[in-house]
Structure formats: structure tokens, C-alpha cells
Design a protein around this ligand. Structure first.
Ligand code: NAP
Length: 273
């Protein structure tokens, strides 16, 4: 049963809209005639995307600069979004980044920042916006998790932990609100061609990108899955297979295989954002 028959005229808040999956999600919602508030830290990107979205068909599109690492940011973003949109029907909880590498030698402050952005901000935005959606009996929340939320991910352990939280939390919320008119969906991308690996400090053009999926179809899957009221969406047959096969294998074996795969990846060299 479709939960969101059309995004037309719905007020949509997209976090992490300045690049990658968030930007492509904004473009898709714009083509459907939504009213948009886009948020991230890079103002120039947001302003350019807001203009592009208006040209693509958005009834309105605004950019709000906010650093979701700041504990005051989610409340500020909600206040500004409601000022612009009246109310928020659809929340795309997409902003996120990774701090890869050996956990004990990782930058603690950056790791804690990742928890605040990937988890705390998403939870607070949903907590502030969901009651209105339930009351109005329309809309939904798309939580962008990851394949890393499903499987142990050595050398991305804390990042995978944030995505496992998002996935389990989102799936639980989906069940809690199953009989409301509000859709709650987790999107679990695999390796996707965005600025994500650059932001995490991986060397550009590394071998991991040879496996990457184009960003547009991943964003489209999320937007469609939310409209259809699905609990979870996984892009591509390879990712689906990677989730299916481990069901028949011992968990420790899967974790160990994951270490061998992740350990062979190029190590982050620098931090770019
Ligand atoms: N690409 C992949 O392979 C992949 C795979 C699985 C899951 N994902 C998830 O997909 C989501 C989108 O990532 P992406 O792949 O599209 O990467 P991306 O191009 O790097 O986009 C990340 C977005 O998050 C925003 N962001 C980061 N830190 C922020 C902060 N402190 N405050 C506010 N916004 C912040 C960035 O904006 P600013 O820098 O302008 O603030 C940017 O718009 C993330 O949650 C990521 O974990 C990605």
C-alpha cells in the first residue's frame, strides 16, 4: 500500500543535501513538485541546489546552513523549516560521514562528532517532527543507513555502529507506526559514487570506487521505497546477495571475512572536511 501517493506540495526537509545522495534526493523531490528545505554546512552548494530545485519544479526551495554536530542545530533546523514550509511532512535523515581506520588510533573528537551527526541529530529531528506527521496522518521519514548497518565492518566499526543503530531504530519505528499513515523507511546503500570516501579521507580513485553504484538510482530507490511504505530498501542485486548469503554462515566467520575485505582497502590518508 502506497503511504505517500505523491510528493507534490509536501513540505520536505533533506539533511546532507549539499552533495551525493541528499542532493539527488532533493532533485527527485523537486521534480515531483515538493516544497523543500535543504540543509548542510556548505552554503554555496545549498544555494545553488535550491535554485536548481526551483528550476526542476519544486514549488519552493530554501537552504538552511547548519552543522548537525552542534547539539542546538536540530531544533534550529526544525524551527527554520517550519517557518518556511508551515509544517514538515517528509524528513530525509541523510547527513552522515565516516571515521575509518583502527578505532583506538582514530580521532576521538571526530568519532564523537560522527555519533552526534549520524545518530543524535537524526533521532532529534525525527522526535521533533514525527508527532506532527502522525497528527496530520501523512508523510514519512527516510533514514539513510548503510550496508554497514547490517554487517560487522572492521576498520569502520564506529561508523557501522551508527548505521546499525539507524537501521534497527528505523525498523522498530516502522513497526510502531505501521498502522498510522506515516511511512518510516531505512535505505541501506552499498558503495555509492558520492563525496563520502573523499570526506572520510580515502585516497581519490581508490579500488573501492570500482564497485560503486551511481548515486541517482540509489536516491531514487529511497524516495520510491518511502512512498511505498517499505520498511527497508537495499539497492542492487550484489548488495541483496551480500545480505542473503551470511544468513547461512556462522556470524564469526562473516565478521572475519569482513575484516579481510575491509583490511585490504586503502587506508584513509587525510581528512578533507
Ligand atoms: N556513499 C556511500 O558509499 C554510502 C554508503 C552507505 C551509506 N551512505 C550514507 O549516505 C548518506 C549520504 O552520504 P553520501 O554518500 O551522499 O556522501 P556525501 O556526498 O559526503 O554527503 C554527505 C552529506 O552529509 C553532510 N554532512 C556531513 N557532516 C555534516 C555536519 N556536521 N552537519 C551537517 N551536514 C553534514 C554533508 O554536507 P556538508 O559537508 O556541506 O555539511 C553532505 O551533504 C550518509 O549518511 C552516508 O553514511 C553512503
Amino acid at each position: 500500500m502506497a503511504r505517500i501517493a505523491s510528493y507534490r506540495d509536501l513540505g520536505c526537509l533533506v539533511t546532507g543535501a549539499s552533495s551525493g545522495i541528499g542532493a539527488d534526493t532533493a532533485r527527485l523531490l523537486a521534480r515531483e513538485g515538493a516544497r523543500l528545505v535543504l540543509t548542510a554546512r556548505r552554503e554555496d552548494r545549498l544555494l545553488a541546489l535550491a535554485e536548481e530545485c526551483r528550476e526542476l519544479g519544486a514549488i519552493a526551495a530554501y537552504g538552511i546552513v547548519a552543522d548537525l554536530d552542534d547539539p542546538a542545530a536540530p531544533a534550529h533546523v526544525v524551527e527554520m523549516a517550519e517557518n518556511h514550509l508551515g509544517h514538515v511532512d517528509v524528513l530525509i535523515n541523510n547527513a552522515g560521514f565516516a571515521v575509518p581506520g583502527l578505532f583506538a588510533s582514530s580521532d576521538l573528537e571526530r568519532t564523537l562528532s560522527m555519533l552526534r551527526v549520524n545518530v543524535c541529530a537524526a533521532v532529534e529531528l525525527a522526535h521533533r517532527l514525527l508527532p506532527g506527521m502522525v497528527k496530520r496522518r501523512q508523510g514519512g521519514i527516510l533514514n539513510v543507513s548503510s550496508m554497514a548497518g547490517h554487517l560487522p565492518a572492521p576498520y569502520q566499526s564506529a561508523y557501522a555502529g551508527t548505521k546499525a543503530f539507524l537501521l534497527n531504530w528505523s525498523n522498530g519505528l516502522h513497526q510502531e507506526y505501521k498502522h498510522s499513515k506515516v511511512a518510516i523507511t531505512a535505505l541501506c546503500p552499498g558503495v555509492t559514487d558520492t563525496e563520502f570516501f573523499d570526506a572520510a579521507g580515502y585516497p581519490q580513485g581508490g579500488s573501492i570506487m570500482k564497485l560503486s553504484a551511481p548515486c541517482g538510482p540509489v536516491a531514487e530507490l529511497g524516495v520510491r521505497a518511502l512512498a511505498q511504505g517499505k520498511m527497508e530498501a537495499v539497492p542492487g542485486p550484489l548488495n541483496k546477495l551480500l545480505l542473503f548469503l551470511p544468513r547461512f554462515l556462522p556470524h564469526t566467520w562473516v565478521a572475519s571475512a569482513s575484516r579481510r575485505v575491509m583490511g585490504g582497502r586503502p587506508k584513509p590518508e587525510r581528512r578533507s572536511r
